[in-house]
Design a protein around this ligand. Structure first.
Ligand code: ADP
Ligand code: MG
Length: 660
């Protein structure tokens, strides 16, 4: 139904609505409030000057009106609340005068001026508010106000019957209220309880349909537009058997998943997920090797220079016969040119690098596989960019941020997931302690123990809010401190983002070769860096980090069978940090992180979500999302799914899936 057909709104209003993205009645109905204003009668004795006031009473005298000009007028009258009489002023409501008779019962909403015993009203409602008044607040514009939008939406109630996308069996299971009623309540709630129920139902529906779409995408994406390779698994096993260590069960499973993808005509779109230190790198190397055997170039993109060169060195060690090229932004112009030439000519079998890999002027010869390490660090656009460099290269993402599976599914849509849950054998959990700055002496003694045992230590300088800007002063101060404490017994080095690639590499190499025993660093070591002899990490001002980030940092140690330690120094939020002392399981940490950052009640301002949901929020409604995932999967498997009456659901799912 078109907006033109609604009685009571003219072309100008329609234009303003269009500007808000509202073109049809359907759009109006689903233009949900972004928050609700709860209005309760005020207790006058508890009010302070300037407070918001909501109070009912009787109009004592005929309102007095002053017209300043055609657009501006001021009306005032006395209100008798039963216990006192106050003066009420309101602007631009002269049109209410005819309804405001002496003795009319009204509720005044406004600001209380204690000194002058007066109220500057923003609204006057007729009658008393019994309990609570809930006012929907819409995203509005200068041209059209939230309350106007509210009024217009109420005009179209009953004009169309919104379709219900929740199958009957689920409506029954959860005792959901009727869809049409839920929509009306969302726009015109009478009490908190019914609003909560209505929103719950609408969010459920939204998430349910989203999960239906994901399920559909997963099923239908098996289009045969990928590269198939002729590689025997024997060859892969041969290489696996030559590795310096035995792969874990999950590593082997992941390699097999990837192998199957690579030899099939289906295009790979896979997330390799595994806790820090679980050994994703070797899996990605094997993927690159399989791809090479299949006759294609492969690229591995890492988020930092350090990590890129670490991968480069390690890959070379394992596969000395391959032609490997390093391409990072910090290379000299000449080196870059040379690297690009090798890539273009096809001489380069494997290209390892940073963002430089996707910079516009790199031309690949026959790019068959693209891997991004620490995937969460790259934006969606960047991911897309790299994809488009090849013909239709297979894609592997790696992430150590153990996103709960469902969350990953929604974030990455139709992606397949391989998980490495088993750690390489012999690993011990990292012992984690929270210490305050007052206890720094204890910390220094613990550090000394490690130094005496010929082990190495990372010290992480406080994180500065803006990730790029680092406070060098902090690093230098720490260096001074550490040198004072340990200068006589060991070497202290520093590393930070302002150093150039070469300097960083030098420091990192010195640390790897145990020429430096204490490495003070900003979070540039956060991801991926691998030095097995490091057994302790001390993180200053750790409250500034999210739990998952701390878990990542902690993953720099505990990379062998030695006892390892993580010391979180913080004078604040120590309770939150305690989570890390209790578990070494990245999945648990991220669930906690999730819970702590999520939450928030439905009456607060809705966060602008990660996904474009109208009502639901992926973080706050995470539990609901889990429910809809399970329910949608069961629904698809159920007999009921084949019932013709649900064809409209399938149709919408397919439609929206094809839009993305
Ligand atoms: P992440 O998954 O965090 O990227 P890495 O791939 O860096 O972890 O692996 C961590 C360390 O564990 C590396 O030193 C790697 O060589 C080693 N490693 C990986 N797999 C195994 C294994 N199956 N057995 C023993 N060590 C392994
Ligand atoms: Mg890694």
């Amino acid at each position: 139904m078109q907006l033109e057909n609604i009685k009571g709104i003219g072309p100008t209003t329609i234009k303003y609505l269009n500007e808000l993205g509202i073109y049809e009645v359907q759009d109006l109905i689903t233009y949900y409030p972004f928050r609700y204003e709860i209005i309760e009668n005020s207790d006058i004795h508890k009010l302070n000057d300037g407070d918001k006031i909501v109070i009912g009473g009787i109009v004592e005298n005929l309102p007095n009106i002053i017209h300043f000009n055609r657009k501006l007028n001021k009306m005032s009258f006395h209100l008798n609340t039963g216990t006192f009489i106050t003066n009420v002023t309101i602007f631009n409501r002269a049109f209410l005068k005819s309804k405001l008779n002496i003795g009319s019962v009204v509720t005044v909403i406004g600001k209380y001026d204690q000194k002058h015993n007066s109220i500057t009203a923003s609204d006057i409602k007729f009658g008393l508010i019994e309990n609570t008044l809930i006012e929907p607040i819409y995203h509005s514009s200068f041209k059209i106000s939230s309350s106007k939008i509210s009024k217009i939406i109420k005009l179209v109630f009953n004009k169309i019957k919104p379709l219900d996308y929740i199958p009957d069996l689920l409506v029954k299971k959860y005792h959901f209220i009727d869809k049409e009623k839920a929509v009306q309540i969302a726009h015109n709630p009478q009490n908190k309880n019914e609003l909560e129920k209505a929103l719950y139902r609408l969010k459920y529906e939204e998430l349910f349909m989203y999960m239906m779409k994901i399920n559909y995408l997963k099923k239908s994406k098996k289009k045969k537009d990928g590269l198939s390779r002729n590689v025997s698994y024997e060859n892969v096993l041969e290489i696996i058997n030559q590795l310096p260590f035995q792969l874990t069960k999950d590593q082997i499973k992941s390699v097999k998943n990837i192998y199957d993808d690579l030899i099939s005509e289906n295009r790979m779109n896979r997330l390799l997920q595994g806790d820090v230190g679980s050994g994703k790198t070797i899996v990605s190397f094997l993927a690159l090797y399989i791809n090479y055997l299949g006759g294609y170039q492969g690229a591995l993109m890492a988020p930092t220079e350090i990590l890129a060169s670490q991968h480069f060195i390690n890959f070379q060690k394992l596969f000395p016969d391959l032609n490997i090229v390093l391409l990072t932004g910090k290379l000299k112009a000449k080196e870059k040119k040379e690297a690009k030439k090798l890539i273009k000519s096809g001489k380069a079998n494997v290209i390892i690098g940073t963002h430089a890999l996707i910079s516009e002027d790199v031309t690949y010869n026959n790019l068959g596989l693209v891997i991004t390490d620490e995937q969460h660090r790259f934006g969606v656009a960047q991911r897309g960019n790299l994809k488009n460099k090849g013909i239709t290269p297979d894609i592997l993402y790696m992430s150590a941020t153990p996103i709960p599976r469902t969350y990953a599914l929604t974030l990455y849509g139709d992606m397949d997931i391989s998980s490495i849950r088993t750690m390489p054998s012999g690993r011990k959990p990292v012992k984690t302690y929270v210490k305050t700055n007052k206890e720094i002496k204890d910390v220094l003694y613990m550090m000394l123990d490690q130094i005496k045992a010929h082990h190495q230590i990372y010290v992480i300088a406080p994180l500065i809010e803006e990730s790029d800007k680092i406070d060098l002063e902090d690093v230098y101060k720490l260096e001074e401190k550490m040198k004072r404490a340990f200068g006589k017994v060991c070497n202290v080095g520093i590393m930070h983002g302002k150093m150039n690639a070469k300097e960083k590499e030098e420091v990192m190499n010195n640390f790897k070769e145990n020429k430096i025993q204490i490495l003070i660093s900003t979070t540039v070591v956060e991801v991926g860096v691998d030095v097995a002899n490091a057994t302790m990490i001390v993180i200053f001002d750790s409250y500034r980090f999210g739990l998952s980030a701390l878990h990542q940092l902690r993953g720099r140690v505990g990379r062998n069978d030695l006892d390892s330690y993580c010391i979180l120094i913080s004078d604040r939020e120590t309770k939150r940090l305690e989570v890390l002392t209790k578990t070494n399981d990245g999945f648990k940490v991220s669930e906690e992180d999730f819970k702590l950052r999520g939450g928030g009640d439905i009456f607060g301002i809705r966060q602008s979500g990660d996904m474009n949901f109208k009502l639901a929020d992926i973080k706050n409604d995470y539990d609901l999302l889990l429910k809809t995932k399970e329910d949608s999967e069961n629904f698809i498997k159920s007999e009921e799914y084949n019932d013709k009456k649900y064809d409209y659901i399938k149709k919408i799912v397919i439609q929206s899936a094809n839009l993305d």
